[in-house]
Design a protein around this ligand. Structure first.
Ligand code: G3H
Ligand code: 13P
Ligand code: ZN
Ligand code: NA
Length: 283
């Protein structure tokens, strides 16, 4: 069955590595994540955003993730990515998600704390782990649009208070990453991460990790990041390969001849990320 993200991050904490959290919204990407994790003997997190759930249907997402987990030997978690309401979180828990994110980062601190506490009160008794977010990560999120100028980094003292008052399982922080593609090379605020880490004892989550140089990802992991979110790089690998196949075979009408190679490209990309995060061989 599906395992809570918190179990995977506890092991990652003990082992000094990070678990990859890969966004999925169709069967081929679910299969690619499972195949890559199995090939690398790595624990893995499949995550679905509210947009992914709207696209595929919540029943399909949970059924595909459960089937994938049953077919591999490695532990698999199914996590809600950027849940924005208590109701959305409840739908996911009822449907079988093993972990949820409640993203209250657009709210004032006290409201974010209250919302996160409400989610934890419902999730923890049924064994579902909870990720929260503090600070504003750049880029576009479901129901959350943050312009670059409006993106605020996580305040370490607020992080300490947030974790103390919520007892949340893991915390997503803003230290210079952004969702989607970067225009230049992102510069991460490692001093801030180090400060947060000294005040907060729980696993840290890095969002917007596509496009961040490998050395920066590894430095972040050295400083306490235990979950690394990747979506955009999977989309690029998948759709670039679709384009290549169609360009080379303009008359191709069999979806399998296009989506099969795209799935293969996603497997290769995800395997590389798993090795970068140090979780290869940890299952
Ligand atoms: O953080 C956002 C993820 O990349 C999901 O994106 O809302 O377009 O599914 P999405
Ligand atoms: P990227 O699309 O930049 O990889 O971000 C993914 C993410 O943070 C999902 O929550
Ligand atoms: Zn994110
Ligand atoms: Na990114």
């Amino acid at each position: 069955g599906l395992v809570p993200v918190s179990d995977l991050l506890k092991a990652a904490e003990a082992g000094g590595y990070a678990v990859g959290a890969f966004n999925c919204n169709n069967m081929e990407i679910v299969q690619a994540i499972a195949q890559a994790a199995e090939a690398e003997k790595a624990p893995v997190i499949m995550q679905a955003s509210q947009g992914a759930i709207k696209y595929a249907g919540i029943e399909y997402i949970t059924a595909m993730a459960n089937t994938a987990a049953a077919m591999v030997s490695v532990p698999v978690a199914l996590h809600l990515d950027h849940g924005t309401s208590f109701e959305q979180v409840m739908r996911c828990i009822r449907s079988g998600f093993s972990s949820v994110m409640i993203d209250g980062s657009k709210h004032p601190l006290d409201e974010n704390i209250a919302l996160t506490r409400q989610v934890i009160a419902a999730a923890r008794p049924v064994g579902v782990s909870v990720e929260a977010e503090l600070g504003k990560i750049g880029g576009t999120e479901d129901d959350i649009s943050v312009s670059n100028a409006d993106a605020f980094f996580t305040d370490p003292e607020e992080a300490r208070r947030f974790v103390q008052e919520t007892a949340v399982d893991s915390l997503a922080i803003a230290i210079g990453t952004a969702h989607g593609r970067y225009k230049g090379v992102p510069k991460l605020d490692f001093a801030r991460l180090e400060k947060i880490r000294s005040l907060v004892q729980i696993p840290i989550v890095l969002h917007g990790s596509s496009g961040v140089p490998g050395e920066a990802i590894q430095e972040a992991i050295r400083l306490g990041v235990r979950k690394v979110n990747i979506d955009t790089n999977i989309r690029e690998a998948f759709v670039d390969r679709c384009r290549e196949v169609i360009a080379a075979n303009p008359d191709e009408i069999d979806p399998r001849k296009i989506l099969g190679p795209a799935r293969e490209a996603a497997v290769e990309l995800i395997r590389e990320k798993i090795r970068l995060f140090g979780s290869s061989g940890k299952a």
